[in-house]
Structure formats: C-alpha cells, structure tokens
Write a protein that binds this ligand. Sequence first.
Ligand SMILES: [Zn+2]
Length: 244
Amino acid sequence: MEFQWITEKVNITCKHIICTDPDLYSYVDKKDLIVYTKNKVHFRYAKNGLLNTVCQSKDIDGFTAVCVCGNEKDILDYKWLIEYRKECIKKHISFYFIYTGKYFYKDKLYRIDVSNRVCQAEKAQLNFIYYPVYDALKKSKFRASFHLKESDQQYIKEKGMDVMTRHAYDFIVQRLKYKLINDGKQTPMKGHPVFIAMHACACCCRGCLYKWHHIDSNMVLEEEQINTIVSILINWIVLELECI
Ligand SMILES: [Zn+2]
C-alpha cells in the first residue's frame, strides 16, 4: 500500500489534515495503524495478531485523527475497531477505517481479496469526522442546549444512519439551498433528529449558516456545500449517540 494513496484517501474526507512527513514512504506497508496529526504522522504497529495492544487512551491523546488500515498478516478485529472508534469519538478525534487488510474478524474470520479491501472498509461505515466548529458551538449556551431525546434515538435506531443521511440531505435542499422568504423560521425545533442537529450545528437557516459557517446568504448552495453540511449534521448525531 502506498503512502500517497492513504493520504489521498484521508484528504478526500477531511481536508484539514495535512500530512508532511516524507520519511514515512518506505514504512507504511509494514504498519497496521497510522495516526495523523496536523503536521506530523505517527504510526505504531501491533506486536501480536490482534491490534488491541495499541488501543490505550494515552496513545491517541492530542491527535486530531486516527486512521486504521489492516495489513497482510495480522487479523483486524471488528470488535476492537468499534471500541477504538468509540474512544476516538469520546475524545473528539476523527476516525477513519480505510483498509481491511487480508484477515478481518467479525463473528468469524474472513479472508478478504485485495480488490475488496477498500470497499469492505467503506461498507463498515465507521468513519467519524470531528469538525472544529463543534468546539465553537459548545461555547454557545443556545446551541449547546440541543440534544437528542430518547424518542429521537429510538427513531435513529429504527431507521438507520443511511436514512438519516438521506433525510438530512433532503432537508438541506428544501430549507437551505435557496434563501427562503421566511428565513430563520423554516426549521422546526423538534419532530426529527436532523432538525435538532440543524439547530445544534447552526445549520438551521441561511442567517445562522452565514454567522457560523461563513456561507454567503444570497448564493445558492453548491452540491459540495450541501454534502459538507450533511456531514456536519450526521457526525454531530454520531457524537451525541456515542457520548450519552
Ligand atoms: Zn438559524
């Protein structure tokens, strides 16, 4: 696996991570785990088959993102992945799972063909992005007052995150793509988890979108902007669910 390939993969989903360490080039294919900081890349590898030896809180404190790739010889355990992800989310660290490696364990051992390792990792849908705006939002009493209720959590559980993502996309297109005459009043305060997320993330109207996300109120939102807003909302929901 090429170092270049990994950085590209991460940069697609999270542009604020910049990788600058040129020394990594020759090492990467020997390591399981890669931890990115803003200016530096750190990496560690497991001493035994399963990767749990590196899953200690002190290992990730201070990092902005964690990126997990399997390799050719070790078994990557789904349970470990889930625990590690949880820990990252709790610590507000972005998490990426981009490559299963050859051996993947989930209820049973899978041997994954090299052509499927990227898409199988993608299918697991474990990526989590911690947007810096979440820190700013926490400081606003009003924004920080929004939380998912039990009925919201139940709804998410029933429908799944794919449906949440679709709903979020539709709501943004209906309510935010163009500036509406009733701007400021177009998003209900309850009734759907995404509405709660829209208020919590200041993506409720074009006025708030301008104030918090610096998007010109009069321009029509482009596809990329809509997708970023959806991602901010969905990752906020993940953050809420994991931190309750
Ligand atoms: Zn608003």
